[in-house]
Design a protein around this ligand. Structure first.
Ligand code: UD1
Length: 343
């Protein structure tokens, strides 16, 4: 029997590339669509180095309805879709809200149109714990109320989940939305990882770039939170654990084991770590001393959030396996590998 074929949108990005590798290693054929707006074509070669298989690839913008329809006309043998392609920078979304709404909503709508026309019945959607805002209760379960969004980026994740709720209800389409907490780390091979353009917004790439000498000093945003050491707390999770959950979600849908049209799962470890915990872990595994200073809070940051992972553990049979130290040592190995890599 032919392998199942999965369209991975945004498959050259951070989480996308790791997921492509896991899919290939589990016997799936992958076709990537990416406009390369925040990733590089070279990622394809690195994926092939890890898995031994070059994924099929098309470069175009999924927000373009005509191009997306044309893609589905040429590729009428797709069994399922994992949809990562989206803009994801919180700060940028405040400055360019319309770009975020246009890109993130239109891409999803165009894909759903293609699914309807070509009877593709399964999608895994890339969502975020940002939909919870600052939850009233911790750990946060999937049943926690959706709070008013703090950014257009977060709002697009909420709106996309709503679109999926109604479309899966009216059309023979199933979806699984995976709400990621804070994905960090890199593949053990150090061939793929996070490649932020310009100055990183996220904590871990900023830490590794500071340690390698690309940045002067890490700013720790606030030490006056109501947490154990005063710095904000997040549920950091290894990107390979996240990638594996996508393979399980695809298998669940293709195997007809979904229990409702739209299922939603938290992807976290269930443990919260403070910014200083993350820095300490980095210093421990790398043997480097990190240059950092405490500065005022970053506007829009929540105080603390971590996942209740029981639903994902029980229903998906998935559990995050990698420790914070493993996340930090893989991130550091990746940063060091970039130094010797042709750009
Ligand atoms: C944000 C988004 C999340 C998104 C993720 C990845 C929100 C509320 N969160 O998560 O939806 O999926 O980015 O793009 O919209 N920090 C520092 N110094 C830095 C950078 C970060 O102290 O230079 C701190 C932050 O204040 C925070 C923690 O590190 O407490 C993690 O920050 P970051 O990596 O940016 O992720 P989030 O803001 O949690």
């Amino acid at each position: 029997m032919a392998n199942k074929k999965i369209l991975v949108t945004g498959g050259t990005g951070f989480i996308g590339s790791h997921t492509v590798v896991e899919l290939q290693q589990n016997g799936y054929d992958v076709i990537i669509v990416d406009n390369l707006s925040n990733s590089s074509i070279d990622v394809l070669d690195y994926i092939a180095k890890i898995s031994g298989i070059m994924p099929a690839f098309e470069q175009f913008d999924l927000a373009d309805g005509k191009l997306t329809a044309g893609f589905f006309n040429r590729n009428n043998n797709i069994d399922g879709i994992i949809h990562f392609a989206a803009f994801k920078a919180v700060g940028e979304s405040m400055a360019k809200p319309l770009d975020y709404y246009r890109n993130n909503l239109q891409s999803l709508i165009n894909l759903l149109e293609g699914m309807k026309t070509h009877a593709i019945s399964n999608m895994v959607f890339s969502s975020s714990c940002t939909v919870y805002g600052q939850p009233d209760e911790l750990p946060v379960t999937e049943k926690a109320p959706i709070k008013p969004a703090w950014s257009p980026y977060g709002n697009t994740k909420q709106m996309c989940e709503e679109i999926l709720r109604f479309v899966t209800h009216s059309h023979p389409v199933h979806a699984i939305a995976l709400r990621y907490f804070n994905p960090i780390g890199a593949h053990d091979s150090a061939l793929i990882g996070e490649l932020p353009l310009g100055v990183p917004n996220n904590l871990v790439p900023f830490i590794t770039q500071t340690a390698i000498g690309k940045r002067e000093c890490l700013s720790v945003f606030g030490n006056d939170y109501n947490t154990s050491d005063g710095t904000a707390v997040r549920d950091y999770i290894h990107v390979v654990d996240i990638a594996k959950a996508h393979v399980i979600a695809v298998e669940r849908m293709l195997g007809g084991r979904s229990k409702s049209e739209l299922e939603i799962f938290n992807l976290g470890t269930g443990t919260g770590y403070s910014v200083l915990d993350v820095i300490n872990s980095f210093e421990r595994v790398s043997g480097e001393k990190l240059n950092y200073k405490i500065v005022p809070r970053r506007p829009g940051d929540v105080e603390m959030v971590w996942a209740d992972t029981r639903f994902a553990n029980d229903e998906l049979g998935w559990k995050a396996e990698k420790s914070l130290d493993e996340m930090m040592s893989s991130a550091w190995k990746w940063e060091k590998a970039l130094v010797t890599r042709p750009v």
